[in-house]
Write a protein that binds this ligand. Structure first.
Ligand SMILES: CC(C)(COP(=O)(O)OP(=O)(O)OC[C@H]1O[C@@H](n2cnc3c(N)ncnc32)[C@H](O)[C@@H]1OP(=O)(O)O)[C@@H](O)C(=O)NCCC(=O)NCCS
Length: 160
């Protein structure tokens, strides 16, 4: 069964070893960078929830959830204030196309709907305009593009 695991000393190496295909590396930071960014947010008054995605004992992906903004984030988009976001999502190249991305996103939304940082109306995400896989995945969950961009990426949002 698919589940999200908080990062521990025990699972860290497995999570750090996950990687996307070479041509997808422009779409997502590697997991070491994402976990470092979580540290930056957390140490500047922000929120970050990085998780390994596990199928049984096997690490298959990584997802990171954010909330609101932090003191280190210059020029956040308007939508970021007091809303949740899917900050990172990746499935390891060996495990793509098996439904893990969909499963991880469903679990991430379940977690968000526990409202760990308080109530909010919206969850948002951003992706590169060329990232058709991500666009299709988020659309199938009800995310709609807002017409706004952040760092060259399209913003899409859904009501919680
Ligand atoms: C996007 C990503 C997480 C999807 O992970 P996955 O485990 O392969 O996804 P799933 O097998 O659950 O497929 C989920 C949906 O993604 C879309 N998708 C996945 N592979 C696709 C492909 N080759 N072509 C088009 N759409 C695709 C489809 O909507 C698919 O749903 P469907 O099977 O009902 O059509 C994965 O491709 C990835 O890690 N990409 C690189 C990192 C990235 O782009 N992250 C998102 C940044 S915002």
């Amino acid at each position: 069964m698919l589940r999200l695991e908080r990062i521990t000393h025990e699972n860290l190496d497995d999570i750090l070893s996950l990687t996307v295909r070479d041509e997808q590396k422009i779409f997502v930071a590697d997991n070491a960078r994402s976990i470092t960014e979580a540290y930056i947010a957390l140490s500047h008054g922000g929120h970050a929830f990085p998780f390994g995605v596990f199928d049984g004992e096997t690490a298959v992906g990584f997802v990171m959830i954010g909330f609101g903004t932090d003191e280190d984030w210059t020029d956040p988009p308007e939508i970021a204030k007091n809303s949740y976001n899917i900050w990172r999502l990746m499935t390891d190249k060996k495990h793509q196309g098996k439904g893990y991305g969909k499963g991880a996103l469903a679990l991430a939304l379940d977690f968000i709907r526990t409202f760990p940082c308080g109530s909010a109306d919206v969850c948002w995400v951003s992706y590169s305009p060329e990232n058709t896989n991500a666009k299709n995945l988020y659309r199938s969950f009800g995310f709609a593009e807002t017409g706004d961009y952040v760092d060259g990426e399209i913003i899409a949002a859904m009501k919680l």
